[in-house]
Design a protein around this ligand. Structure first.
Ligand SMILES: [Zn+2]
Length: 286
């Protein structure tokens, strides 16, 4: 087992500073699923996991996972963003009635007030929502509405374009590929658990210290999972030795170590590369 020791003798930098400063190359989860030639992986489209609800950018062809996007953007102002042409009546008590994007599937297709959108308003709505009371729509996931609304351009696709770092799809740093695929904690995970683990390590990197708060609600939100499902994964990943507690927060040994190494390397490159630890790092990279 690796012991995690907090390193306090070098200045802290943000993840973005480290990535930019070291010129680290970021790769997506899909590019890292096998150990084959990296060249090959880069040119192949992702084939391992196609999310249920997606939007494909018309200019770039980029596929945006709407589940993840919605989980990361609970504050999306859907009421402000919907094309006013498809709204019905005024905005009342937090609700805006709209035309249902699936109205042509309703038994009675004439316009009515059965469909509405709401923005996140605590404590009732932790996230924006879309709802239609017609039988054909009652069981639809809000993401299905969201997908239809982006595809029909009732909502502007520009809202889906990621802002710097924190809203990007899961990213990882190339230098970790070998160590990660060689490590026992990763190799025993099922594909589903691996996917969760990838997202978690990305989450850990976002916090600028390589760990994340043990807050089940927030973690579930980030992963786009119900809390109970996250707790199940949490149990499994802990049992597998992948997930560790660290100063009351959560992380993974390799994730934390690599995060600190990257911080350290960047710190040294800023300071002109003075004393200690560098040799160890070079050996480790070999
Ligand atoms: Zn409907």
């Amino acid at each position: 087992m690796t012991n995690l020791v907090e390193n306090i003798n070098f200045p802290r930098y943000t993840t973005q500073q480290v990535i930019d400063g070291l010129g680290l190359e970021l790769v997506t989860v899909d590019q890292m699923t096998t150990e084959e030639s990296k060249e090959e992986q880069r040119t192949e489209p992702p084939t391992t996991f196609i999310p249920a609800y997606t939007y494909t950018g018309q200019a770039t062809g980029e596929i945006i996972d709407l589940r993840k996007w919605a989980a990361q953007n609970p504050d999306f102002d859907i009421v402000m963003n919907i094309n006013v042409k498809y709204t019905m009546g005024p905005f009342v008590e937090g609700k805006q009635h709209i035309v249902c994007p699936f109205a042509d599937e309703h038994t009675d297709t004439s316009p009515d007030l059965a469909t509405f959108i709401v923005n996140a308003t605590l404590p009732d709505h932790a996230s924006f929502n879309i709802h239609c009371m017609h039988d054909h729509c009652a069981n639809r996931d809000r993401l299905e509405f969201l997908q239809a609304m982006f595809e029909k351009r009732w909502l502007p696709a520009a809202e889906l374009i990621p802002a710097p770092l924190e809203l990007r799809k899961p990213l990882w740093v190339t230098l970790q590929v070998k160590e990660i695929s060689a490590s026992l904690e990763w190799s025993i995970l099922t594909p589903d658990e691996r996917r969760i683990a990838w997202d978690l390590q990305y989450y850990a990197w976002q916090t600028d210290d390589g760990t994340f708060e043990n807050n089940e609600w927030r973690i579930a939100k980030f992963l786009g999972l119900p809390v109970e499902q996250w707790l199940e994964y949490c149990k499994t990943l802990t049992k597998a030795g992948w997930l560790k507690e660290w100063n009351g927060r959560l992380t993974n040994d390799i994730v934390k170590r690599e995060f600190d190494n990257a911080q350290m390397a960047y710190s040294k490159s800023c300071a002109g590369g003075k004393k200690g630890g560098l040799k160890t790092q070079q050996n480790r990279r070999r």
